[in-house]
Design a protein around this ligand. Sequence first.
Ligand code: CMC
Length: 444
Amino acid sequence: MADSKTFTLTNDATGESFKFPVIEGSYGPDVIDMRKLYESTNMFSYDPSFTSTASCPSAITFIDGEKGQLMHRGYSIEDLAGKSSFIEVAYLLLYGDLPSEKQLKEFSHNITYHTMVHEQLQFFFRGFRRDAHPMAIMCGVVGALSAFYHDSLDIHDLAQREISAHRLIAKLPTLAAMTYKYSIGQPFVYPRNDLSYAENFLHMTFAVPAEPYKVNPVVAKAMDRIFILHADHEQNASTSTVRQSGSSMANPFACIAAGIASLWGASHGGANQEVLEMLAEIGHKDRIPEFLARAKDKNDPFRLMGFGHRVYKNHDPRAAVLKESCHEVLEDLGIEDPLLELAMELEKIALQDEYFVSRKLFPNVDFYSGIILKAIGFPTSMFTVLFALARTTGWVSQWKEMVEDPGMRICRPRQLYTGAEPRPYVALDKRGASTERKASKSAA
Ligand code: CMC
């Protein structure tokens, strides 16, 4: 990162000018180093939902939203989704380069041999209602891992960081499958070390002790691809949550639980569940115009789920790959899903609609993933869990990168204060009804 360029800001009120260093990235936009802004100007920068703020340096993932480009460590998502495997991508994200044959074997072995969870953990599940949302269970059980693996909580110890990262990547499929089994009242199925990451997950999810289960290779390939496509996505809401949590030196299990909580929201990972619910509600292509009108109506909170992205303003490259997988899986399984027809029709109509075109709203990764997951046999409530499972790899890589950065400091944003100015304390017997009303208004 070279920093010979500068950027000058002028305060129009006083005529004062302030120079800030410009830091060049290895690829993509440069950044203005604003760290001394407050010290020099007595003002904060204001960017409430971070549309123009680079919160950290990172060498893991690059997105160019205008071009619809996504790369991990320099490799395009199309190449990775088409030629690699999830376990290889996990290695790439964590360690920076594609593994050699020996490294891949060793890494796969490490992940495989950490897939079991402490037997005591099953009792956490039994404390939940059977109809609990699987993401609620995941927030709890992943956070609870920190109570079981005391030997890997010291974030200052490289070996402990490493083993926590491996444990998280390895155990998330086990916990996700247990969540599903619990919700349908079937016995938990233990992991199998002779299966690949995706195969093992499908086995733990769909096998029952009463009979042998054979993993369908087309489904396993699609599952692996879905995991690759969801593995990391730069500084999105949940990843920023993981980093923010970790910046206080919280342990990685707690940080990933925080990421899961953030991912659950409908604007983020929760959207894949909502896409299917929306398609089911639309029901028939004749009703598409009605729903498009609702999506455009500013007085209606309804949004077209699976459409739009904060960063992608051309197309979401993950959606294109998934659309292809979607057809492959449905064809192999011999499923004719009217929801897929409906989704394609909706996509076609929306992409010709001025509202969506002018706002650069395109189908995102969640638009097609739900249809594949439904075809594989997952209930909609599990969709976001699968996203969390895959994204754990990105979260731990980003967390590790941050902790290993010698410049790491606790994240502590400031604010634009909009509250009351200093005022004297009013004794209880002097407060009138007007104070009461004001207080309840500001609480709302
Ligand atoms: N349906 C209808 N209008 C939309 C939609 C949508 N899905 N998305 C954005 N808009 C409109 C929005 O009303 C606004 O219009 P106007 O300029 O007239 O006020 C304009 O487009 C810009 O929207 P925004 O809310 O300022 O955009 P944002 O960057 O804050 O939000 C988003 C991005 C993904 C939260 C949003 O597009 C959305 O809510 N999409 C639906 C939920 C979804 O599919 N989420 C998954 C995102 S991809 C996976 C992930 O990140 O987890």
